[in-house]
Design a protein around this ligand. Sequence first.
Ligand code: HEC
Length: 438
Amino acid sequence: MFSVSAVLRSPFGCRLKACAALLLLGFELRGDFQGSTHLVDLENGGIRYSQETSSGPIAQLAARLRGGSARLEWDERQGWLSALLKSLAITQHSQLLVFSKTSLQRDFIYPNHPRALYFNDTSYVGFIPGAPLIELSEVDSRLGAVFFTLNQTKSDHPVLKRVDSCLECHATARTLGVPGHLIRSLETDTQGVVNLATGIDPIDDRTPFAERWGGWYVSGQYGKMEHRGNRMGSDSFPAKLTLSLGGDRSSLGSSVLMDNYPSGGSDIVALMVFQHQVRLHNFITRLHYMAVQNLEAYHHIEYLKSPIESLVKALLFSGEAPLPAPIRGDPAFTAAFQAVGLRDRYGHSLRELDLERRLFRLPCSFLIHSAAFGALPPPLKKRIYERIKTILDAQESPEAFHHLSSLDRSALREMLSDTLPDLPEGWGQKPVTRSKSE
Ligand code: HEC
């Protein structure tokens, strides 16, 4: 972490504009940005969020709809939803149901009539039965999250419209100060109205399970795992945080008007993947912005050591809460999620799920293969790769990476060198172990 005085002592001096940029870049960030309250400057220092066009899959579909080379089919019950999911290659089995009144069209959300979210690696779709808008977001490799709406009215020319005012909630401390995605865990009353005083916000891979998923439905098998999902009303939230209900929930049939939705649940495995990728997408965007702005102001990224370390920790699942019980989700989601992705020489991918001890078989995010990671400025990516190599090659893992067994480390070394074409020279070679007498 760099300090104000270090910057003032910097050999490059500190022009007023550069200092202002630095303030915006945030040297108040804590280790991993949690608690950071300021927004990165979205319009200056090389970013120009509102002026740049987005190039992700939703922007591309919007252009094809405008040009007439794509069509969406209207459905009397769910409007444009199914056609959109199909056009964006998002499986309906990624469905998550959130009943807290936390988002834009909250007046339409009730516990028996929740908001549904669908996602893949690059796109997110939000649908509330009967609400006027479908809400969408995509991950653009330069801009981070970009937001769109589609009116839920039958038309020959449906229009996917980019809407930057969504940043009111989607570019705050909760999204690491950049245009990003959200997941919160909040207690609600029986109507879905949240109690802001008791929230755990945002939640991520490290959040203890007992604190996760307030305001969300959770389906699947999870044995004795305790969590805050599926419950509402003060009686179901004892003053003591530890909750004792746990249990399995293969169907949500009695709580939700399921006919309104294309899929039948709010899958625990999909929820965990969503929660992981939301944080990683935000992290990657944050580092991208910081690197672009540092390179513009100083022509180097020396000040980003601490944020880089934080990103590497997030990529390698440092501090991941261990699963309290094995979990099983909807086989259709599990199969669809694992079917794609780059594979190493043995046919393994970073998307292989573990679900016994932890979420993934190998503790490195599959988003290291994403276009957004690939598009990070080269000096930044090089630093990240070098740091990962040091961690994987160390005789003993540094403390934050003790969870990486020697098997994990050698499997990861192989996986990354087989699947990342832009690794620095010599990256995949195992270090020579020297004897003590040498
Ligand atoms: C009042 C705050 C608020 C506003 C304004 C808002 N959102 Fe969100 N949005 C949320 C919250 C909170 C979540 C997390 C899930 C939840 O609680 O429903 C979310 C989640 C989403 C998601 C799922 C992916 C993710 O980021 O977690 C999409 C897609 C989305 N919003 C689209 C939009 C669009 C499009 C707009 C603007 C038209 C918008 N949102 C405006 C609060 C907001």
